[in-house]
Design a protein. Sequence first.
Length: 475
Amino acid sequence: MSTYELTDAHRAKFESDGYLVLPNFVEPAQIAKLLEQARKLLADFSLEGHPMTKFTTDEEGEGGKDKHVGDDYFLTSSDKIRFFFEADAFDAQGNLTRPKEEAINKIGHGLHELDPVYRPFSLENDRIKSLAKSLQYHHDPLMLQSMIICKQPRIGAKVPVHDDSTFLYTDPPSAIGYWFALEDCHLKNGCLSFLPGSHKRNAHLQRFVRLPEGGTGFEAVPGARDSNPDWSAPGERWVTEECKAGTLVLIHGSVIHKSEANLSDSSRFIYTFHMIEGGAKYDEKNWLQPTPALPFSKLVILSDEPRMSFGDEPRVSTPDKGSRGEQQSITVRATRERASSKVQTLSTDVVIYEGSITLPMIRIGVSVGALPLRAYARVSQPCQTLRLSIAAMQSTGLTPSSGSYNIPAPHSKAMLFLKPRAATYELISQIVTLRCRRSGALCERILLASFGLPCTLMTGSCAVGQGRGSSKISF
């Protein structure tokens, strides 16, 4: 199977709009195989013992009459292949009004691990692996919540305005949706619509959680601002994305999108899964939870080699002033301290590296969620544990972050985050220290570089919404 590399233009489009449409990503023969398997699953599943669980994305549960999303059949579906009905497939007495194959809203949520056709397509697909790597969004991508959404003729329900991170909340938000059209998607059968750029304005006010008393509901995100824009206001410019079978749509977890009801005579089958950052905290309240039998699936990208070499003084430059601001640079002042001249295993961790980074003034709003920084480590041999931490050494309004990572090869990477505690803060040439602790191997060098900065690096300040800095690293 061939690979797929995104271009700089692709990445810029994704960063600007919050979604990216890639026609002809999946070959017709593969689409036919996926669609055939979807129809086989529908034909083979039995109604015997099925709780007849309906699925709707309406926050009010269709006016309160269908509190289906709180039942065990739904909440325990992460490691199973389960079938959820369209609400309009039943009459007033609760009887199906059509064959079961034409009544299912979706099949989920463990297809990517459990189905003999969808597993190799999802987890063993070089095109998906290479695309995920070239998107440069996740360091340690984990796959979860795979679904076939059927959008049945005449009864396929609308999906109201939403963002995906509300349902798969991580700290910081990191969800990306991979949405594959198995059939042509058009206005009449309920194609996707987006608010381009809304991921930069979306403050993540709520998340969809398991409630202590049982069931599910929406809970406010601590520290979020009071309100978001009215996404349905007349001034909001929605873009409808019709697409052909074989198209892949990448969907940023914060971008606002929807789809209309299918009132046509044709179905609209799609397959979708999500990826989150393994280094981010997956909220234990989320409705979808991993199980011992099926933890979230690690997508092993084609190569774990960093895209940068290890030099003594990296420079990180922002794009030119034409679109993002003045040319700036960040210099990592590297110092290195070795515990011994030899590789040795120590009974306790020791600090073996300390470096600092000076950032120019930037102004960041709460909608950003976190200031992500990518750390690259080179160790002399594989080791069991490399502990990285970032701490603001002066009063910056930032929460320190740390994490432990296994280093399987001499070159490896880790992702850390600085999370704002206040709605808005200024970071003015503050020093952030990166510390590396290790057991069992000598760390030779750590480099810290900006990664997906939420606003333009420039002298002075910049307002939220000017774009994510696409920094390039050179030596």
